[in-house]
Design a protein around this ligand. Sequence first.
Ligand code: CP
Length: 351
Amino acid sequence: MVSPLNPILEEALPEKDETAGIEKPLRLLKHVPEDPAALLDLANHSIVSSRQFTSEHVKQLIRLAAKHEAVPQQARRPLVGKILISAFYEPSTRTRLSFESAWHRLGGDIMSITDPATTGIAKGESFSDVGEMLNNYGDLVVLRETNHQAIYRMMEGLRIPIVNAGNGTDEHPTQALADMYAIFKWRLELMDKDIAENKKVRIGIVGLPSTMRTVRSLLYLLALFPQSFKEVVIICNEEEVFSESQKENLEEMGLILRVSNDLKKELPKLDIVYINSIAWIGDDYKEFGQEFALSKSSPLKKGAIIMHPLARGRELSTDLDDTPHNWYFAQARGAVFIRMALLTCLVQHNW
Ligand code: CP
């Protein structure tokens, strides 16, 4: 907490932003009983897909993230002497920097690859051979790569854990963890098995589950808490909304899904609006759903929150930034703490 030096400075400070305060993570920390077994379960594992997580994993990771956010002064530096290999063969602002920030905060060192042209991949070296080499240089790899198979090839050579930081159109599991952290900080009762009927929420996802990795990973995690969502409304105008078996799998897990192409009609009923327009396909990104956009004049429900994995495009007007609907900045901020929680569990048991 920053204490103002004098009344003039106090006046100049912006109004307290409760999305960045410690009150919500503290409440969350008190709400979830600690279960170390769920976290021990993750030790020395690689994370490729959201499907690897159980609801208990998610709850305990979120509890640990809340601890990092609420009481940072208690954080020890468990990763001193450990090296992260941060390999981003595709552009990133948030994922790379929040992973690296998380690792630094935990006391570790980092080697970063931000340009594929500077590694042997540019000379035709296989991902499997690169993986074999990385075993000698670090303790954990974070990989972003457009080719969704690259992470599996790298794992053929790796004996240290790897985390998928976005593999083409497939998945982005740690973004989904950050999304769930933001949702549960907003309404912590959504984590509960026996949630009251009047506490359940309706979520709208403006995006394409077949090709948007953030949406794909988020849907898997939402499906671990089907009791909390009255309905998940997918808002899009595309033909192939779901990939093969995706809808059936999510419905089997208990999620109630509906597809709509009318954002204005849906908005007044939505408690959470998750919006994204970008998918990485091949070597470039493609924008979908440009007919769907949110601004201050959109018919949003009172108290509704907007989430966005960012980067922002035309679909999300900056005039929403100063409204209480803005939960996307809190979502991005929380990504550091949830990544701290995950990294600690993957690399060592003692958190
Ligand atoms: N959310 C997300 O993946 O953002 P970056 O592309 O900036 O990492």
